[in-house]
Design a protein. Sequence first.
Length: 156
Amino acid sequence: MNWKSGFWMLFGILLGIGLGIFSGIIEELVDTGEYFLLVGGVILTVFVGLLSGIKYLPFASGLSGVITFQVVAVYYWGSDYGIEYFWVLPLLAAVYGVPWVFLNRIKSRKKGVKSTIDCPRCGNKIDKNWVSCPHCGMGIKDDTRVYDTPDDTQVY
């Protein structure tokens, strides 16, 4: 995971928290905060998706939505209701976040590792996908190898 993708995920989560708090304030002032929260959540997801261009946006949006729900639940219905369902956030992080991090680490490490073999003629290490050795010219693939055959071959 590079710093840009982590930044956009954190940015989406913080924007979701800010959206929840701001919609709570609007609810108290003009009684339309829940509409702002619903419309703002969709706009927030699209906005962060367009800015980031990352493929795991549903995970970031889901965490942002859960945190926003907790902020709104605590603000509207008291702390008991919000804390009662707060286990959803760690559950989402455990189910989606941890495997995602491990799978991305495996993919990024696989890109950096090239498999090599030893040339049968000169013994230098070369990429296993090469057709011939760049050092001695020996064909590596079976269909490119030239074998010396005796001149007086007879088939019995």
